[in-house]
Design a binder for this molecule. Structure first.
Ligand SMILES: [Fe+2]
Length: 234
């Protein structure tokens, strides 16, 4: 049960800040695994920078709570638990490296969008409540989240093409044109490169495994298309 009740905008402000505090702390623990799983050095960097920033973001929320004379703890962010759990599931998949990278970007952007919604709201509440210093502090985090989201979109524009071509034969004319451009030179590994993470100990019968792998490949294609369409709309 949350320790705070929601009787005023002030209550909602601290409630949402506690949610973000727990979300950021969960991310500090989850990001190293995502970075290790990323095949592209560029994507690894895109996870490592937010990890450093996230630790600072935790500190900023603590600073805001000190200013309010309250404690930041007391709430667990179930949404982030779910997003992190889904990201962890991806790491268990028997995925092509480039498709896995595309999937990790989707997972990371879901996280970023959750955080952007949260920080956008607390900045609005803080402004209405007259907490100008807190808003200034939280706005720094908001800017970092938006920069990370934009960077992930840029990386997705390159890596999703690679993810599509790892499926082999069905490269479209438009994607072929794009891969000819210098900016789309792939930075992830070539087709068939094996993942460094272990592929042993996957449970289930071989039949189930091959069914699952088939499904994974199809989902990978869908994921990359979806991530690309995100990129195109930004
Ligand atoms: Fe964050």
């Amino acid at each position: 049960m949350p320790s705070d009740s929601l009787e005023s905008l002030q209550d909602l402000f601290t409630h949402e800040l506690r949610d973000l505090y727990d979300a950021e702390n969960q991310l500090v623990k989850a990001l190293p695994a995502m970075s290790r799983a990323a095949q592209s050095p560029e994507l690894k960097r895109a996870f490592d920078t937010p990890l450093r920033e996230t630790k600072e973001q935790v500190r900023r929320i603590e600073q805001v709570f000190r200013g309010l004379g309250e404690k930041p703890s007391g709430k667990s962010c179930k949404a982030m638990q779910g997003l992190v759990a889904e990201a962890k599931e991806l790491l268990e998949e028997d995925a092509e490296p480039a498709v896995l990278d595309a999937a990790l970007i989707v997972a990371a952007q879901k996280v970023e969008h959750y955080e952007i919604a949260g920080y956008g709201s607390v900045c609005t509440f803080g402004r209405i409540l007259g907490y100008d210093d807190a808003v200034e502090t939280l706005k720094q985090t908001m800017d970092e989240e938006e920069r990370t989201d934009e960077l992930l979109t840029q990386i997705a524009m390159e890596l999703n093409i690679e993810a599509e071509t790892t499926e082999g034969s069905s490269q479209s004319d438009s994607s072929r044109e794009m891969t000819d451009r210098p900016m789309t030179r792939t930075t992830v590994g070539s087709r068939g490169r094996s993942r460094t993470s272990s592929t042993s100990n996957r449970g289930g019968s071989s039949n189930r495994s091959s069914n699952r792998n088939g499904a994974t490949k199809k989902q990978g294609s869908r994921r990359s298309s979806r991530a690309r369409s995100t990129a195109q709309t930004r």
